[in-house]
Design a protein around this ligand. Structure first.
Ligand code: NAP
Length: 248
């Protein structure tokens, strides 16, 4: 296939499952991570053992200089970029809005929203036929929580993800004539380590109580939707959304 894709936050959870699946489909994958180098290395090693191609790059997607360096690394080490999965994301402990401190919002909005925007910005500049690029596809990660707004838990996170959904629609229409498709996947409750960082490591196990399909989802199930949206099979889909949420 000889196509290159960047998966932000590709070292664990949904990003790691996506990186593995894309590599098995022939994509050359750049795995971004922020701190857990061993986890990123393990994904690269798995992909190599399976006969695929992968690189890894450390960068905090909330930091403009680090995003710039990451894309320069891709230019140098991979060449043409054909795909971007804006997956890196964080939550914070479940608390009411009035108990949140603004410092928390710098991290929640910085990583989830600004990180997605900065990576999309760098990718569009490279992919756009308007700038001499060969086109490409971008998949953004939102959450099923944008429907409820996550009251009492993380309304800041839900608000950041809602902005990502609006960005998806507007950017998709803006660059549709420039060879770039932009779509979004909305996972529901997926069994990854993100819930521990939100102060509730057992959250996925409780899913059966309120998810119509009576279980948490798997990272691999979200990866399937992301990989389809990136692929040529989705060539007439842009500004679209896929819910992978067990019916929530
Ligand atoms: P996860 O298991 O916690 O993994 C997060 C990944 O993002 C890790 O690879 C982590 O790197 C990376 N990361 C975190 N902050 C970063 C930063 N500032 N810069 C670069 N990379 C960063 O998360 P997940 O559950 O797979 O979630 C992936 C995406 O799906 C997120 O956007 C999340 O909001 C969304 N989502 C998840 C669920 C769910 O239930 N799991 C539901 C809805 C939406 P390190 O390993 O270096 O820390």
């Amino acid at each position: 296939m000889n196509k290159n894709v960047l998966v932000t936050g590709g070292s664990r959870g949904i990003g790691a499952a996506t990186a593995r699946l894309l590599a098995s489909q022939g994509w050359r994958v750049c795995i971004n991570f922020v701190s857990q180098v061993e986890a990123a290395q393990a994904v690269v090693d798995d992909i190599s053992r399976a006969g695929g191609q992968a690189l890894m790059v450390a960068a905090d997607v909330s930091q403009p200089d680090q995003v710039q360096r990451m894309f320069e690394f891709i230019d140098r080490e991979m060449g043409v970029l054909h795909g971007l999965v804006n997956n890196a994301g964080v939550i914070a402990p479940m608390i009411r809005f009035e108990d949140m401190e603004p410092a928390r919002w710098n991290r929640i909005l910085g990583t989830n929203l600004l990180g997605t925007m900065m990576c999309a910005h760098a990718a569009v500049r490279r992919m756009s036929t308007r700038h001499g690029g060969a086109g490409g596809a971008i998949v953004n990660l939102s959450t099923a929580l944008t429907r409820s707004g996550a009251p009492g838990m993380y309304v800041d996170y839900a608000a950041a993800k809602s902005a990502i959904e609006t960005l998806t629609v507007g950017l998709a229409r803006e660059v549709a004539g420039d060879g770039i498709r932009v779509n979004c996947v909305r996972p529901g409750l997926i069994d990854t380590e993100i819930h521990a960082s939100g102060g509730d490591p057992g959250r996925a196990a409780k899913a059966k109580d309120f998810v119509p399909l009576k279980r948490a989802g798997l990272a691999t199930e979200v990866a399937q939707a992301i990989a389809w949206l990136l692929s040529e099979q989705a060539s007439y889909t842009t500004g679209g959304f896929i819910d992978v949420s067990g019916g929530v």
